[in-house]
Design a protein around this ligand. Structure first.
Ligand SMILES: *[C@@H]1O[C@H](CO)[C@@H](O)[C@H](O)[C@H]1NC(C)=O
Ligand SMILES: *[C@@H]1O[C@H](CO)[C@@H](O)[C@H](O)[C@H]1NC(C)=O
Ligand SMILES: *[C@@H]1O[C@H](CO)[C@@H](O)[C@H](O)[C@H]1NC(C)=O
Ligand SMILES: *[C@@H]1O[C@H](CO)[C@@H](O)[C@H](O)[C@H]1NC(C)=O
Ligand SMILES: *[C@@H]1O[C@H](CO)[C@@H](O)[C@H](O)[C@H]1NC(C)=O
Ligand SMILES: *[C@@H]1O[C@H](CO)[C@@H](O)[C@H](O)[C@H]1NC(C)=O
Ligand SMILES: *[C@@H]1O[C@H](CO)[C@@H](O)[C@H](O)[C@H]1NC(C)=O
Ligand SMILES: *[C@@H]1O[C@H](CO)[C@@H](O)[C@H](O)[C@H]1NC(C)=O
Ligand SMILES: *[C@@H]1O[C@H](CO)[C@@H](O)[C@H](O)[C@H]1NC(C)=O
Length: 623
């Protein structure tokens, strides 16, 4: 077993080198580490521990609802105020049947045009759904809803409220019956999937509204057990499927109350020349554009080698495959209207159209990333879990995309995307102790990211810029589109701020920062150390004594210079220089002189201190 693991790592490592990705590693290592101490992190503790945490934006900025095991919380991060909503208060009489309070919230949406909450819970046998007042949390209707919510708290089962209709997904219910997309409530008929397909795990449901409402679609993103049983074939494949929102199911005789517009296509992500493929979809984030075809789907994949990648698809490309690809396994002429076309009354569709949808719903062509591109981001070592994407305007008015990726270890990577290239701006560490991230919610208006563990919800301000350092150069080199130099601080960007997202060129900073030389007297024969903060992991930090390079000790965040015993030859100017991208700057400078009386920090304690710093920096970074 251990040997097998070792082999996998060994092989993965060699792959790495063979791929010639070495020069990329630098850029895939976050440039700056930001801990919860460096930025204003606001937290709410959720009572209890929750294996699933559902997050929903609240009625006001910086408020949200969080549903964990059996409890719904309303969290206000402006007031640092949180309260439990009584929806599932055991003594509250809304659902008399369930006497036990041992259940989990599995689904949380806004409904009734934003005036109410729709919330489901499961006790692992019977899911119950209620609509509840958004203000008070009191429920007015609760129903057992086996078809709507997952029975197991561990089933991801993404769902989506569009207007008055709820779309849900089912991976496995009662041994695999009716796996797929369902529609409930609203004015149209409820629709169930007809098929009894192989194992599917749904990752995301996305609405794609069109100028002509009849053409509105829902896309589902999922992984499915590969039907290809070939020994070298991957266990899973990733798919996108479509249904029309206008779908009313087939006529009485065929596909009644089942989708007549359900098609699927495989998603491609990888580098063909290198035979490097990513087959397992992990998460999806959509960046809306004014024109629906341009809206971008950022998809996070993994492969069997423990690597992850991000590929970008456009809605237009997905739509093109569904409207143009040949049908897999079908040679005949394609009937009219083409199966998958959204029509006003699907119950009147001709038999041959319905037959083709039922028998050959899979497209022959794959959906490829935009402009047939390679993955925009590949990581060899990090196990990313969630992806979110934000659009940020720079000081010059051009817009950038920032990708937020969560790690299994409770950390978040903030990644700049620019013309298909990526740069890892920072690693955010919102939790004092490592934990699993259960869920993430981005509020693009306030530029706040909410990250939940099993017991806390943390608010991260994506515009907390001070962490990059006290100087203009630090701010510009950070290449963070949210941040610019306002003349005195690194602060949320404005049109007058100094910023260079494209190149991070610090030469733009006209004010030269004067680094004072700090005089220090050190007693003869005593030990002493000088420390230099390392703000960037991409920079090289070097200590110079009278202009000559000297040995230093590097910890997690400090470059230390150790003087074992002070004497006259150790006096003089000590300067810590950082160089990054052919740009060197002085970080700190000390002028040391000898004070004759021997006393001060004994070498033994100094060494212990240094040892503790070194040990702390050697703790695992990414579990
Ligand atoms: C639950 O309901 C009871 C009775 O209606 C009430 O006294 C109690 O305060 C409620 N608890 C919460 C947390 O709302
Ligand atoms: C809930 O209780 C009502 C009345 O006691 C009963 O008619 C109904 O069948 C019960 N529902 C479930 C799911 O047990
Ligand atoms: C939902 O709310 C919006 C804006 O508040 C309103 O324009 C729309 O008519 C409402 N729709 C329904 C179905 O009530
Ligand atoms: C679906 O598959 C399950 C297990 O393979 C089987 O028991 C069930 O009868 C099937 N249902 C239909 C409708 O084909
Ligand atoms: C795709 O290519 C077109 C034409 O070269 C270009 O205008 C567009 O920006 C590219 N799209 C992306 C997302 O790179
Ligand atoms: C970014 O700029 C565009 C056009 O200049 C504007 O429409 C949009 O509202 C801006 N977005 C933000 C978040 O400021
Ligand atoms: C720059 O930003 C800092 C921190 O946000 C703020 O205190 C200061 O007033 C700003 N200075 C200017 C000139 O806007
Ligand atoms: C460095 O300069 C100081 C003062 O100029 C001198 O005392 C010291 O001996 C020099 N040390 C070395 C190693 O050059
Ligand atoms: C350190 O940086 C300063 C400022 O950029 C530069 O003038 C100096 O030559 C550098 N020192 C060394 C030894 O590289």
């Amino acid at each position: 077993m251990i040997i097998a693991f070792w082999l996998i790592f060994e092989v993965a490592f060699h792959l790495d080198v063979a791929d010639g990705h070495d020069h990329h590693h630098h850029h895939h290592h976050p440039r700056v580490i930001i801990t919860e101490k460096d930025c204003a992190v606001r937290k709410h503790t959720l009572q209890g521990t929750h294996s699933r945490v559902e997050l929903l934006q609240g009625p006001r900025h910086r408020t949200l609802y969080a549903g964990g095991g059996g409890r719904l919380f309303y969290l206000d991060f402006r007031e640092h105020d949180g309260k439990e909503m009584p929806v599932f208060n055991c003594s509250n009489s809304c659902s008399r049947n369930i006497s036990s309070c041992d259940y989990d919230i599995t689904l949380l949406h806004e409904c009734k045009n934003g005036s109410a909450l729709f919330i489901c819970r499961t006790d692992r046998t019977t899911p119950v759904c209620c609509s509840a007042s958004r203000e008070t949390g009191f429920c007015d209707e609760c129903h057992p809803e086996k078809a709507v919510a997952p029975v197991s708290v561990h089933e991801r089962a993404p769902s989506l409220y569009v207007g008055e209709e709820l779309y849900t997904t089912a991976n496995m219910v009662n041994g695999g019956n009716h796996v797929g997309i369902r529609r409930h409530y609203g004015h149209r008929v409820s629709i169930w999937p007809s098929d009894n397909v192989t194992e599917q795990n749904y990752v995301a449901l996305v609405a794609s509204p069109r100028p002509n409402k009849i053409q509105d679609r829902i896309y589902a993103f999922l992984v499915q057990r590969n039907a290809d049983q070939h020994r070298e074939a991957d266990l899973w494949v990733s798919l996108v499927t479509q249904v029309c929102q206008a779908d009313l199911g087939g006529p009485k005789s065929f596909l009644q109350r089942s989708w007549t517009s359900h098609l699927s296509a495989l998603l491609s992500c990888g580098i063909a020349e290198k035979k490097l493929y990513f087959n397992q979809l992990l998460d999806v984030a959509v960046l809306e554009q004014d024109i629906w075809k341009d809206s971008m789907v950022y998809a996070l994949f993994s492969n069997g080698w423990g690597m992850t990648a991000v590929c970008v698809f456009t809605m237009g490309d997905i739509d093109y495959v569904f409207t143009n690809s040949p049908f897999k396994g079908y040679m005949g002429t394609v009937p009219h209207p083409r199966p998958g076309t959204c029509v006003e009354d699907s119950t009147k569709l001709p038999q041959d159209v319905l037959r083709l949808v039922k028998d050959h719903p899979e497209m022959k062509d794959w959906v490829r990333p935009v402009n047939n591109s390679d993955p925009i981001f590949i990581s060899h070592h990090h196990q990313y879990k969630h992806i979110r994407v934000d659009r940020v305007n720079s000081s010059l008015g051009d817009s950038y995309h920032v990708i937020l990726l969560t790690l299994g270890s409770g950390r978040v990577h903030k990644v700049l995307e620019q013309d298909g290239h990526t740069f890892v701006i920072a690693e955010l560490r919102p939790f004092a102790y490592c934990c699993h991230i259960r869920n993430v919610l981005l509020q693009p208006h306030t530029k706040m990211l909410y990250v939940s563990s099993s017991s806390e919800v943390v608010e991260l301000d994506l515009r907390s810029c001070q962490a990059y350092g006290p100087r203009c150069e630090d701010c510009v080199m950070a290449r963070d589109p949210y941040c610019g130099w306002n003349g005195t601080h690194c602060a949320p960007v404005t049109s007058s701020a100094i910023q260079d997202v494209k190149h991070g060129n610090p030469q733009l900073c006209t004010q030269r920062e004067y680094v004072p030389s700090i005089p220090q007297k050190v007693k003869r024969h005593t030990a002493h150390f000088l420390s230099c903060p390392m703000l960037s992991t991409h920079a090289t930090y070097i200590w110079y004594h009278n202009g000559t390079k000297v040995e230093s000790l590097v910890t997690d965040s400090l470059c230390l210079l150790l003087i074992e015993a002070m004497d006259t030859s150790m006096a003089g100017t000590y300067r810590c220089n950082a160089s990054e991208m052919n740009y060197a700057k002085v970080i700190v400078e000390y002028k040391l002189s000898v004070e004759s009386k021997a006393q001060g920090l004994a070498p033994k304690y100094l060494l212990l201190y240094l040892l503790s710093l070194t040990l702390s920096s050697m703790l695992p970074q990414d579990l």
